[in-house]
Design a protein around this ligand. Sequence first.
Ligand code: HSE
Length: 400
Amino acid sequence: MTKVAILGMGTVGEGVYTAIKRSAARGSDLELKYALDVRDFPGAEFEKLVVHDFSIIEQDDEVRIVAETIGGVRAAYEFTRRALAAGKSVVTSNKELVATHGAELLRLAGENGVNYMFEAAVGGGIPLIRPICQCLHANVISEICGILNGTTNFILDRMISGGVPFDRALAEAQALGYAELDPTDDIEGKDALRKICILASIAFGRHIYPEFAQAEGISGITSEDVAAAASCGYAIKLLGRYVLTDDRHCCVYVAPHLVGSGDIVAHTNGVFNCVRVRGDIAGDVAFYGRGAGGLATASAVVADLEDCVRFGGKTKHPSLWEDGDADCLSSTDRLVTRWFVRADRLPDTTSNGETVFGDIQKIGDGVFITKPMRSDAFKSALGVFSGEAQVFSAIRILPE
Ligand code: HSE
């Protein structure tokens, strides 16, 4: 049997415990030896496996794999480094740690002949990392785009379909175990940014650090925006997006977008995530499923654990990506999209029949859509328009 330790018995850690038990009942080789947490769990099935000191796990040569489900970059970072240095593979659901220190931890795993695997860090239970790394390996990936945060999608969906106010929808998401400990990371797009940065790092081959990219969340989205978007056939979704530019840089960001009703992403509701990947050979490929929740995430963690057993002492991803820097990234200013604007009036038309935005498509009172424009050109036109009108919202429209 391959002895495993779980670090952190929160929602995901407990899910991993259950999933290991189920896979062991089906004859897998995994056996849980320790469950590390600062708390005791009197009465829990795994009570006798609980330890509080990581050194016990570190020094136990029987433990071959560690499942890190602590989250954050403090204890999780230290324990991951120590486990890898001690020759143990590490499997994680911790997107913050992978997005912040992934390049270093992958290198450390390679140096020690073990694996650092993180299928669960992006998209919860959706197979994403493996398909991108393996099945789409022959492709140059020019774009990745999708819903990467279950909590905000759940909130938007409850607001749109259930008429539930924002605070209540957030409380529901927290009660279901979807939200981060600090839900502002969900609401302000930071969680989705970490995930798109991980996918971007795989596609680009260099580490894309979240601090060099921009995130805009959903706190500015109102029910008036949602209704106005719906009136012209769009759903508002919080999307993470990676675009490979013509000069081989990449543009990575998170922001609300209007998504056309013909797009699978527009029909992704509740806690579900949906990610579209565009390869030069395969074309568009989409991945859909539960993006958060203990058991869904545990499904991906246990798949990685089983892969570690299968790969024994061999490193599965010896050089998934190299370190990167701010120079890898291109500004979102150069991206070309149409924009949806909601204001207290429409822009004036000049003698040549155009507005400060050029041609626009009028939707209704103060609501219009621009032609495709570079973001920097749009922002300067919006600056001019804001001098003569009250602008309530300006949201990108996802290109088809
Ligand atoms: N808070 C995250 C979400 C959990 O809602 O998607 C899964 O990463």
